[in-house]
Design a protein around this ligand. Structure first.
Ligand code: NAG
Ligand code: NAG
Ligand code: NAG
Ligand code: NAG
Length: 277
């Protein structure tokens, strides 16, 4: 990270809060991808108290258990920029034969000092054996979709985007809870796609779960310009080897257009092969 490119750092202002701009977050996300590509976490501007976690387990980023332990060749990524929280979200797909991955990562920056530094990195790391995992299929569908900037006149508010994502997860606890789907909606869940090329329907609604699920521990990154929200959450029930209430780590990424959900990407980790299902 080139701290010298940050305006306040250039001015040498001490103790001043840094502004969190979209340009800063774009550069930060590019830097994260470079660190992943090289397997070099030292490229990240970590604060001295920064925490690192994968699949809800916290450990040192330099550990050989971390995804940074070896370079990852990324085929495709998309990122969200949340200037309100000074946070990024990145979805990356790697079909490398040595170890395919789909990784969802939320990174939060501390702006209380002149140069923003990373306070927290958390990832949902899916690989072979995780929920319907197929990196090749995930790559094919995520690149097929259109996630271009929302036209200025059609921007949804942060609260509208958040309400749409929350409504989808709330419905798992109450099948009659209304969810604002767009006319056309597709869900990418592991390597499974509910939609099709030249989509002509809303294929996103879920059937009711055997028992209502309370989706807790929601962590958000929201990008109004992309009409997008990612929600890390605790997903109970799915992992068959766990008691009903014990959750497994999950990330749900949404594209919202004119208040309606257009795309959903779910990345969910299993403790046993395909969550024992
Ligand atoms: C990872 O580190 C641990 C602890 O240092 C060590 O026991 C283990 O062999 C290492 N695993 C690999 C794959 O390098
Ligand atoms: C993964 O998806 C690709 C592309 O759709 C498909 O060709 C392949 O057979 C799938 N692999 C498995 C193990 O299902
Ligand atoms: C989708 O639409 C495009 C353009 O109209 C057409 O060329 C293509 O064949 C269609 N694909 C499918 C799978 O129907
Ligand atoms: C869901 O869980 C949260 C946190 O444990 C709790 O506060 C809330 O009341 C629960 N909601 C329902 C509908 O059970």
């Amino acid at each position: 990270m080139h701290h010298s490119t940050l305006p306040l750092a250039m001015l040498g202002v001490q103790g001043a809060a840094a502004a969190c701009t979209r340009a800063f977050l774009q550069e930060a996300a590019a830097n994260y991808l470079k660190a992943i590509d090289l397997g070099q976490p030292s490229l990240l501007p970590l604060s001295s108290s920064a925490t690192y976690g994968e699949n809800d387990v916290t450990f040192p980023i330099t550990s050989n258990a971390s995804v940074f332990a070896a370079p990852i060749k990324v085929d495709f990524s998309r990122s969200l920029f949340d200037t309100t929280q000074c946070a990024t979200f990145t979805e990356l797909t790697s079909t490398q034969s040595s170890h395919p991955y789909v990784i969802h990562t939320q990174i939060f920056y501390d702006t209380s000092t002149a140069s923003p530094s990373i306070s927290k990195i958390q990832s949902v790391v899916a690989d072979t054996g995780d929920w319907i995992f197929n990196a090749t299929a995930y790559l094919e569908w995520t690149t097929y979709e259109t996630w271009s900037a929302i036209a200025p006149a059609l921007l949804d508010s942060r609260s509208t985007i958040k309400a749409a994502g929350d409504a989808y997860l709330d419905q798992w606890g109450n099948p009659s809870h209304p969810v604002p789907f767009a006319t056309y909606c597709s869900r990418l869940e592991g390597g499974l796609y509910t939609g099709a090329k030249n989509l002509t329907s809303n294929s996103c609604p879920m059937g009711a779960f055997p028992s209502p699920l309370n989706i807790t521990n929601r962590r958000y990154v929201i990008d109004e310009e992309l009409g997008a929200i990612d929600i890390f959450n605790d997903f109970p029930f799915l992992e068959a080897s766990y008691p009903l209430e014990k959750p497994t780590p999950s990330s749900n990424l949404f594209r919202v257009e004119k208040g309606g959900i257009r795309y959903i990407h779910e990345n969910t980790v299993c403790a046993t092969k395909n969550c024992g299902r």
